[in-house]
Design a protein around this ligand. Structure first.
Ligand code: PLP
Length: 492
């Protein structure tokens, strides 16, 4: 399986795609081969979770040796439930819980795997460079990446998050991170400012001499890295297996997945699962008030020139959704020139429009609904009242979309992806289940939620309060380049 850029004919193998993260032309690595895959999806469904992961990863990243061993190493003793990603019922809905890992967000599934992949790719390519992981985070990627990469030999990691743009718990998770190779820094601006600045650093540094003299190579832990995306395919297969076991479906029936979406990585992994043969009906893209994707999927016009809202579901506060580029490429018949010109329009004018054929291909699979702030609150509250299910605000956005999708007569059995522990966002959750509460401190809020609901607080979150804040830097977005070079020990 050859990987090529979405924007030109640049190509490489899966080892180098994982090592570099972003293609040198600014495009994302993708493989056309996924379109005529011949993947034995039925066999995959009969395997246990680790075996599924290694079969899927061996298919998507075929140049890696000993994938079974890599998977074992990545996931050993990391998740709090025996089943890494359990499926539970909430009323009539099935919920795929992806937040049982070390940082209580779904990103743990991929970010437990990525450091192992990077280390292994370096060994196989006899690469002795230091890998510098540069990451922009809207809240959850940062901590999950830090957890995955801290003290991993031959790597260092720099995480940028929007100053004031993440929840206090998310901030505490990152600011208290230990490890000799970690840097965490707040950036004045929103997530898009962070992500754009980081992408710019990639483009400028990767194409210059700086790295040669420092023996460093940049890579990314964001879902622009195919090594981050590939491990996420596994849980779509796991969910299907669980529904078979629960006798909710029979083999071959289609399932619709409802995915709370920001950077379009999670839902794109669902599309990969579909392309690999898994009977996926519709993929429902659930957006919060930043509904740029909902508008795009409904009209074919992507327009980021709109107000940016800081919502209760901050991990989805994104107006430039990176992985959409991979879907566009696949949906337009793998035309890199077309994709490049849309991306150029987006960079220049903040806007692009796809042709009707491409839009039709997208709408055949994807539907989208958005959920405003009041609706998010009322979903958290209803889920608790009606189903005794405590959900976080991101998952609430998905519940909202699921209920709208249910009105469509053609819908298939649905699985809602639950992407974070409710305890990561105690303020929004407590407000929904006890509106009159006047508790101000997020850790007291956690205790109060626990008292009301009896749902256990994950220990990685309750222990944060007593942890020391180590990282305090706050910088302007325009200073990210200098900051990175300094951290890498390079002078411009
Ligand atoms: C990152 C994140 C999302 C969005 O996932 P994408 O892959 O960026 O679409 C949704 N929910 C939570 C809790 C997240 O951390």
């Amino acid at each position: 399986m050859k990987y090529n850029s979405t924007r030109s004919n640049i190509s490489c193998d899966s080892l180098n795609a994982v090592l570099s993260g972003l293609a040198p032309d600014g495009g994302l690595y993708i493989s056309k081969d996924i379109l005529n895959s011949g993947f034995d999806w039925k066999k995959c469904l009969s395997l246990n979770t680790e075996e599924k992961a290694s079969m899927i990863l061996s298919f998507l990243l075929p140049d890696f040796k000993d994938m079974e061993e890599l998977v074992r190493r990545a996931y050993k003793n990391k998740f709090e439930t025996p089943d890494m990603t359990p499926v539970v019922s909430a009323g009539k809905f099935e919920v795929l819980e992806l937040f049982r890992g070390p940082t209580s967000a779904f990103k743990d599934v991929a970010l437990s795997m990525l450091p192992v992949l990077i280390t292994s790719a370096k060994q196989q390519t006899e690469n002795t460079e230091k890998t510098v992981i540069l990451t922009a985070t809207s809240g959850d990627t940062g901590k999950a990446a830090l957890e995955g990469f801290h003290d991993v030999e031959g790597t260092s990691i720099i995480v940028f998050y929007p100053h004031g743009g993440v929840s206090p718990v998310q901030k505490a998770q990152m600011a208290t991170q230990k490890g000799g190779n970690v840097t965490v820094c707040a950036v004045k601006g929103n997530f898009d400012d962070c992500q754009n600045a980081v992408k710019k650093v990639f483009r400028e540094i990767s194409n210059s001499f700086v790295l040669d003299s420092s023996n460093c190579r940049l890579s990314s832990a964001n879902s622009i890295n195919i090594g981050r995306l590939a491990p996420q395919v596994t849980y779509y297969f796991t969910a299907y297996s669980r529904l078979l076991e629960k006798k909710k479906i029979t083999l071959g029936d289609s399932i619709d997945f409802v995915v709370p979406t920001g950077n379009f990585g999670d839902i794109l992994a669902g599309y990969f699962a579909k392309l690999m043969g898994l009977p996926v009906g519709k993929l429902i893209c659930a957006s919060n008030a930043n509904n740029v994707l909902t508008d795009f999927i409904n009209t074919g016009i992507y327009d980021k020139n709109r107000p940016f809202y800081k919502t209760q579901s901050p991990s989805m506060d994104i107006l430039i959704s990176s992985n959409l580029e991979r879907l566009l490429y696949l949906a337009c018949g793998c035309d890199c020139n077309k994709t490049a010109s849309w991306m150029e329009n987006l960079a220049k004018t903040g806007k692009f429009t796809v042709d009707s054929e491409t839009l039709k291909n997208i709408q055949n699979v994807f539907l989208s609904y958005s959920c405003n702030e009041e609706e998010t609150q009322s979903e958290i509250s209803c889920c608790w009242k009606d189903y005794s299910y405590l959900c976080d605000p991101h998952t609430a956005v998905a519940f909202h979309a699921a209920k709208l999708h249910e009105k469509d007569e053609d819908h298939n059995p649905m699985v809602i992806l639950s992407t974070a522990s409710p305890y990561k966002f105690p303020k929004a959750v407590l407000k929904a289940i006890e509106p009159l509460s006047d508790i101000q401190n997020e850790f007291r809020m956690m205790e109060r939620i626990n008292m009301i609901t009896g749902v256990k607080i994950p220990s990685n979150l309750s222990s944060l309060e007593s942890a020391e804040e180590i990282h305090k830097d706050v910088i302007e977005a325009s200073d990210i380049m200098t900051y990175v070079l300094n951290k890498m020990g390079v002078r411009k």
